[in-house]
Structures are given as structure tokens and as C-alpha cells.
Design a protein around this ligand. Structure first.
Ligand code: GLC
Length: 541
């Protein structure tokens, strides 16, 4: 079956809007008016409701009756048998077809809808208005070609995973935007909610892209690493208007949310750096063997090494040798109960990432003949490992986080992530396996929850306060594999693939009790799609 045909059933124009790689235009079903569509633009940190290109669009038949949408394909929306809507380049839509019809377009700027009839040819819709289009058939052919080229790259997987892999591959193509002035294509987390290049999203997204489009995977890391500060700090986000690298750069909406949540860091007295977890080396290593570009690797490893040093020189805020998260956003787990504590937070996930990253940097140093560098990174990894081991709380049976030096009273997925180092002494591995097997902790019907089930703060639906995330599962699966648990790793990968299929697509996060999509979770989410592809390829080998 063609990939495009596998994808069509997923294109409901609600959770998956009609769009084109490189375009900001999103076409949804209109919630109010039957048989009408609505068109919005994807912009950084702007609500879709504030970015309306077309309030409603309808196709009317010769008698003035609305024609229902009869099919949605990646390259076209069909109205009845004759009329289609497609893209005419990234900034325009085109409507055309045989027979007698009228397109009725209600623009936010106009008082009454504009109606253009078939007798006068195709209709072209852009942000400047509605006009006569030239050749609808050409627009249709060009749009089909773009999607065919994209689908030709769909990675091959096991038969039971093929439909969802095709859809996830569509999601990655659909989430491509061009960032003006950045000279590269960004695959954003979601055109519906997150329009920019988020640092650690880029790592996971590149992991999936490498299987079908290694150049695009490389571009994600070039963008992610290309805007480091003079001190080596990597920004949290690279977006249209600049970067998000400090609390001073926070968009007003974000700040309002923090204020509403009563957060002490909504209005900090001094700017707090914002970044994402140190998994840059993890991501870069995953492109080795896929991307053949030594110059890229040279400069990327350099950026990674500088960012790793940044954590130790600028984010070890209490000077005890173990860096902390200065802001929840830097952890990627923004709403986790771990951050209900006072900042800064020393956390076992951060320790694990830093150990892994120093180990990978040591490997790279050895590969390029830098023996001193290798020794330095290995020594620092060993020191961090000793400090991580000291975070184990024997009576609680898990690795604890510390907020401003005080133990945080919440068992969350961060306590499991030390597996990723692959060098935990056996008794800690046994402790983590026991937590994973315990139904009152992490053995939920759909696992792995991001907060232990028995915690008073546990929620099935609140972001990072219980729901399952595909990236956490993927990291844990890798952690199990490198900690002597290959069978458990494989089982977790299979369960994660089943979860995405059961949940109906690559959502932002999933309910651990039902496996469904919590109401506020974004759909067509980049890293869930990319890691589905990555894990599917892994189990299909
Ligand atoms: C949310 C997540 C964060 C992610 C971002 C973009 O803020 O908490 O981890 O990077 O969305 O997807």
C-alpha cells in the first residue's frame, strides 16, 4: 500500500490538520459551521485563534448548498467528486475542479464572505486575500510531488507498524517550517502548539529523521548547536524572532502562565539561563554512520564539549561539583513535582545525562587522538557518578532530587533515568527494577508514568505529573539495554509502540491508566513521531 494511503485515515483535520512541508498554513475542520473549514497560521508562541487566515471556507454546489468534505489526502482535500483544495506553494491555497461550484471565503478582515464561482477558474487564497488562481492542476501536481518525495523516504518497518510509521513520517514532514534568516528547515515539535526549534526536541526528532532523511536530521542539530552563547550555553529554543536562552526572553504568555501557577520564578530578580538537558552528545552520536560530513561533526562535537563545560562552570549553583537545574524549563520536565521544591534543583536525571555526555565526549576525544581530553572527561564522569550514588536514598529506595539542598519528597521518572549511564552498580539497578515492577509506583497499565502512582501529586492527565512520554520511555529502554536488561528493554519498546498505536497517534503524552490522549496534550507531536519511527526501525531489524 502507498504511504499516502496509509496516512489518509489519520487526517481528521482536527488532531492532524492539512498542511505542507515548509508551510505555516494549517487547514482545520470548522467546529461551528457544518461542512466548513478554517485556516490558521502556525507562529511562535501565538495562539492559533489569534492567527486566523480564513474564518470559514465552504464549497457550494450549483444550488448554493454546501458540499461536504469527501476525502482528505496528504496533498488534497476533496469536496464531493469534483472539487479539491490544495497548496499553491507554501504560502497559498488553491481551490479548483470541474463542474459548477462557488467558493465562499470569510476573511477576518472582511465584513461579509467573498464568493468566487467556478466559471472564472481556480481560486487562490493567501494572507493578502482571495484572488483568481492560474492553474489548479499544476498546483495539485506540485503538491503531490512534494508529498511523494517525502513518502519515498519512509523507513521500512515490520508490517504491524507500517501504518503508524507512515503517519509518524507524515507528522515529521508536516512539522517542517522554514525559519526566516536561519537558512535551514526546522522540524518543529508541533505546528499546532510549538513553532520553533526546541533544543532537546531537536535531538529526538533527529533520531527519527536519520532513518529517512539524514540531511534534515543534521540540519536540526546545526540549528540547535548554532546559537550557543559565548560561554557555551545552548539555548532552550531557536525561533523566528531570536532565541530563548534566558528568563528575560520569555514570551509574555509564558510569564503569565508562571504567574498564574504562583511560581516564584515568574519574575526572577536576576535573569535565569534557559537551556535543555545535556543530551546533545547522545543525539550527535546517533547521526554517526548516517551523516557523512566530517566538518559538521568537528564543529558539533566542539559545541557539545563547550555546552558540557557550561553546566559545570555556570550551573553548579551551590559549587558542590554537581550541576543543578536553575529553571524547570532547563530540565524539559517543566511541570514535574520535582520543581515544586525550591530552586535550584539537583536531580538524578541531570547527573545521568552529564555522566553519559562526559563518557561520550571521552570516546570522541580518544577517536581524534586527544588523550588528555579523554582523561579529563572520564575523570569528571567518575566524579559525577560518585555524587549521583550519594543521591540514593536507602530508606525510600530511589534516587532523590534536592531543591536548594533539601531532599525533594516526590518519586518521579527522574529517579529511573540513572540507568542511562550504563555504569550503575548492580544494587541500584535492582532498586530501579523493583520500582518499575511495583504497581503502586511505575507498573501502571500503560507505563512508564512520569510520577510514581502512589505519590499524592500523581495525576493521570497533568503534563509531567503522571502521563507517559515517549522520550522518557525511549531513554529508559536504552538505559535498560545498557544496564544488562536487554529483554526488559525490548519489552518496553514494544509496549511504547503499542501505546502510540492504541492512543491513536503520536500525541504529546498519554494517560497511564487508559493509554488515551489527555485533553491538553498536543497532537501530531514531533518527538513522539520521531521516536516511534526510531523504535519501530529498531525492532524491525
Ligand atoms: C514542553 C515540554 C518540553 C518541550 C517543549 C516543546 O515545554 O515540557 O520538554 O521541550 O514542550 O515540545
Amino acid at each position: 500500500m502507498r504511504a499516502a494511503d496509509r496516512v489518509s485515515p489519520f487526517l481528521d483535520l482536527e488532531s492532524a490538520p492539512f498542511t505542507l512541508p515548509g508551510s505555516r498554513i494549517l487547514v482545520f475542520r470548522d467546529a461551528g459551521l457544518p461542512d466548513a473549514l478554517t485556516v490558521r497560521l502556525a507562529e511562535y508562541e501565538r495562539d492559533l485563534d489569534d492567527c486566523v487566515l480564513v474564518r470559514t471556507l465552504r464549497v457550494l454546489d450549483g444550488d448554493g448548498r454546501a458540499v461536504a468534505v469527501s476525502a482528505v489526502h496528504p496533498d488534497r482535500i476533496s469536496f464531493g467528486p469534483d472539487v479539491t483544495l490544495t497548496f499553491d506553494g507554501p504560502s497559498a491555497l488553491s481551490v479548483g475542479g470541474d463542474g459548477v461550484w462557488t467558493v465562499e471565503v470569510d476573511l477576518p478582515s472582511g465584513d461579509s464572505p467573498v464568493a468566487l464561482a467556478s466559471a472564472d477558474g481556480a481560486v487562490r487564497i493567501t494572507s493578502t486575500g482571495v484572488a483568481r488562481g492560474a492553474a489548479h492542476a499544476d498546483a495539485l501536481a506540485a503538491t503531490s510531488r512534494i508529498w511523494e518525495d517525502w513518502f519515498a523516504r519512509t523507513p521500512a518497518v515490520r508490517a504491524d507498524l507500517a501504518d503508524m510509521t507512515a503517519f509518524c513520517w507524515w507528522v515529521l514532514g508536516a512539522n517542517i517550517v522554514s525559519l526566516p534568516g536561519r537558512g535551514a528547515r526546522a522540524v518543529v515539535p508541533s505546528k499546532i502548539g510549538y513553532v520553533g526549534l526546541w533544543q532537546w526536541d531537536a535531538y529526538f526528532i533527529a533520531s527519527g529523521l536519520r532513518h529517512g532523511d539524514p540531511d534534515l536530521a543534521r540540519e536540526q542539530l546545526e540549528l540547535a548547536f548554532g546559537y550557543a552563547g559565548a560561554d557555551g550555553q545552548l539555548p532552550d529554543v531557536v525561533h523566528d524572532e531570536g532565541i530563548l536562552a534566558s528568563s528575560d526572553d520569555l514570551p509574555p504568555g509564558d510569564r503569565d502562565n508562571l504567574r498564574r501557577a504562583g511560581s516564584a520564578i515568574a519574575d526572577p530578580t536576576a535573569p535565569i539561563p534557559l537551556t535543555k538537558p545535556p543530551l546533545a552528545a547522545w543525539a550527535l552520536r546517533r547521526l554517526e554512520g548516517y551523516v557523512d560530513d566530517p566538518a559538521f561533526f568537528d564543529s558539533a562535537w566542539e559545541a557539545v564539549a563547550r555546552s558540557q563545560d557550561w553546566w559545570f562552570t555556570h550551573s553548579d549553583l551551590d559549587g558542590d561539583g554537581m550541576p543543578e537545574y536553575g529553571h524547570p524549563y532547563s530540565s524539559g520536565l517543566d511541570d514535574s513535582p520535582v520543581f515544586d521544591a525550591e530552586l535550584p534543583v539537583a536531580s538524578p536525571d541531570l547527573a545521568a545525562y552529564l555522566i553519559l555526555q562526559d563518557d561520550l565526549l571521552a570516546g570522541r576525544a580518544r577517536a581524534v587522538g586527544d588523550a588528555d581530553g579523554a582523561t579529563r572527561h572520564t575523570a569528571r564522569a567518575s566524579r559525577t557518578l560518585a555524587l549521583l550514588e550519594a543521591m540514593w536514598d536507602e530508606s525510600a529506595g530511589y534516587f532523590r532530587s534536592y531543591g536548594a539542598g533539601a531532599p525533594v519528597d516526590a518519586e518521579t521518572a527522574v529517579s529511573l533515568l540513572p540507568l542511562l549511564t550504563g555504569r550503575l552498580p548492580g544494587r541500584y539497578v535492582a532498586g530501579i527494577l523493583a520500582a518499575l515492577d511495583d504497581p503502586t509506583r511505575f507498573a501502571t497499565p500503560w507505563s512508564v508514568p512520569t510520577v510514581a502512582r502512589r505519590e499524592p501529586d500523581y495525576s493521570d492527565e497533568r503534563m509531567w505529573r503522571g502521563p507517559v512520554w515517549v522520550n522518557v520511555n525511549a531513554l529508559l529502554a536504552e538505559g535498560l539495554a545498557v544496564s544488562g536488561q536487554p529483554e526488559r528493554s525490548r519489552a518496553l519498546i514494544e509496549e511504547t509502540l503499542r501505546l502510540v498505536m492504541h492512543g491513536g497517534g503520536p500525541h504529546e503524552y498519554y494517560n497511564p491508566s487508559t493509554g488515551g490522549k489527555p485533553p491538553r496534550a498536543t497532537t501530531a507531536f514531533g518527538w513522539s513521531a520521531a521516536l516511534f519511527v526510531d523504535l519501530a526501525v529498531q525492532v524491525s531489524a
